[in-house]
Write a protein that binds this ligand. Structure first.
Ligand SMILES: Cc1cc2nc3c(=O)[nH]c(=O)nc-3n(C[C@H](O)[C@H](O)[C@H](O)COP(=O)(O)OP(=O)(O)OC[C@H]3O[C@@H](n4cnc5c(N)ncnc54)[C@H](O)[C@@H]3O)c2cc1C
Length: 411
């Protein structure tokens, strides 16, 4: 049987590696080829902007499996192997070095990449983005005491780098086009919590600001804003979002629109090809809409779900989006999906200023999303509240003395 029905996975990140693991756990004994363009074996990225920059996490602890796992489980991991073409008719993928891999079933898990800022000076040394372990190493090396660090973009990555840089003693300035950090994701009230947190730790913000150019001869020395402000810079970290690596799928004629389109079984428009992780724009059966989730937990769970689908098992991937961050003393988890315009109220349980609270995004009395800040062991009931779609009493939702479980009517 081995060699007869090869399963190929393109993209050796978290989703790809976990998919390979699930195939073996479910008893698949055919050939598994896991192709990744990076030189590292699969690793998890969250520590790249947190513990690795803070130097509190061991570099080797971020890998998904230990080095021997792939050989021990007969998974043919090829690092340094960029796939450049997918031919659906002959069912094979071709790598940059010309090697071809035939597949019976294929999983695309090529993830996403950090967006570049196409402005003068973007090529200078010291202007970095953060996606890979090597990027994290370079940023970490530059975070010396007193260095001037300019961060472009006050999203999750930008803010996490800001927190690490301040903690390491750098002077940190964050430039953001919006009026607050994370404004689109969280709305003004909760975004202000993050602005206040960073200000309290000495970060300077320039909101409503555009970066015009990065200045320097070979290495960046300053950042020029559109209003003429010049910010001295020893290091610039550009964190202006990611874009899914859809090129392979697009060129092969798969349906693509903000990611590779998949149904709730994570199958693409080609019945022999699945997509998972950051790459997949999946129909979500519970939310009734498409979502492309750029978070760790989605890669962790959707890779294995796709693997089960590849084995012919019944799959309906309906996990709620989940995300976490750690910045200074603030740890938070966000569960659910509440894009701008989808909610009519934000209900806060606890005091925003206390640093310990839960915020709920609600629509007509139903909870769409919840964010627990320095309050733990509550994602279970938050998830249940969202999944139940029940109308809840918002006064009781806001009352910390009322147990969250008690708000959910059983049956
Ligand atoms: C710095 C950082 C911090 C983060 N922190 C958090 C966090 O705190 N919480 C959270 O929920 N999420 C976080 N995330 C997001 C999370 O890491 C991603 O959602 C997750 O990595 C997605 O996994 P993936 O396997 O889908 O894709 P990826 O991790 O992007 O892996 C895809 C792999 O495929 C490879 N590849 C692409 N194209 C090809 C090709 N043609 N041929 C071969 N290989 C290819 C890529 O090089 C990459 O190695 C963070 C991300 C970053 C970058």
């Amino acid at each position: 049987m081995t060699q007869q029905r090869p399963f190929v996975i393109v993209g050796a990140g978290l989703a790809g590696a976990r998919a390979a693991q699930m195939l073996r756990e479910e008893g698949f004994d055919g050939r598994i080829v896991l192709l990744g363009e990076e030189t590292e074996r699969p690793y998890e990225r969250p520590a790249l902007s947190k513990g690795l920059l803070l130097r509190t996490t061991e570099r080797d602890s971020v890998h998904v499996h230990d080095a021997g796992w792939y050989a021990n489980h007969d998974v043919d991991l090829r690092t340094d192997t960029r796939v450049t073409a997918l031919d659906r008719r002959s069912r094979q993928v071709t790598a940059a070095d010309g090697q071809r891999f035939h597949y019976d079933r294929l999983l695309l898990a090529t993830g996403s990449r950090a967006r570049a800022l196409p402005i003068p000076g973007a090529h200078l040394d010291g202007v970095l983005r953060l996606r890979t372990l090597a990027d994290s190493d370079r940023i970490s090396d530059a975070l010396v005491d007193g260095a001037n660090v300019v961060i472009v973009g006050a999203g999750w990555i930008g803010l996490e780098v800001a927190a690490a840089a301040r903690t390491r003693g750098a002077t940190v300035t964050v430039v953001e086009t919006a009026d607050l950090p994370l404004q689109r994701v969280l709305g003004d009230q909760l975004a202000t919590v993050f602005a206040d947190l960073h200000r309290a730790h000495g970060v300077t913000f320039h909101f409503g600001a555009q970066v015009h150019e990065f200045q320097g001869a070979n290495r960046v020395t300053a950042v020029l804003l559109a209003d003429g402000t010049v910010l001295p810079a020893d290091l610039v970290v550009v964190g202006v979002g990611v874009q899914p690596n859809t090129e392979l799928a697009e060129e092969a004629g798969l349906a693509v629109d903000n990611g590779v389109l998949v149904d709730d079984t994570l199958r693409t428009s080609d019945p022999d090809i699945w997509a998972a992780g950051d790459l997949a724009n999946a129909h979500h059966p519970l939310l009734g809409t498409r979502v492309r989730v750029e978070h760790w937990a989605n890669a962790l769970h959707s890779g294995p779900a796709a693997a089960r689908g590849m084995l012919g098992q019944a799959v309906s991937y309906d996990r709620l989006p989940y995300f976490y961050t750690d910045q200074y003393e603030l740890g938070m988890e966000y569960t659910g999906h509440a894009p701008p315009g989808s909610y009519d109220r934000v209900v806060v349980r606890g005091e925003l200023t206390s640093g310990e609270f839960i915020a709920f995004w609600t629509a007509q009395g139903r909870v769409l999303a919840g964010m627990n800040v320095n309050v733990w062991e509550v994602t279970g009931p938050i998830r249940q509240l969202i999944r139940s779609r029940q109308h809840v009493d918002l006064d009781r939702l806001a009352d910390p003395t009322v147990a969250l479980d008690s708000l959910i009517r059983q049956g």
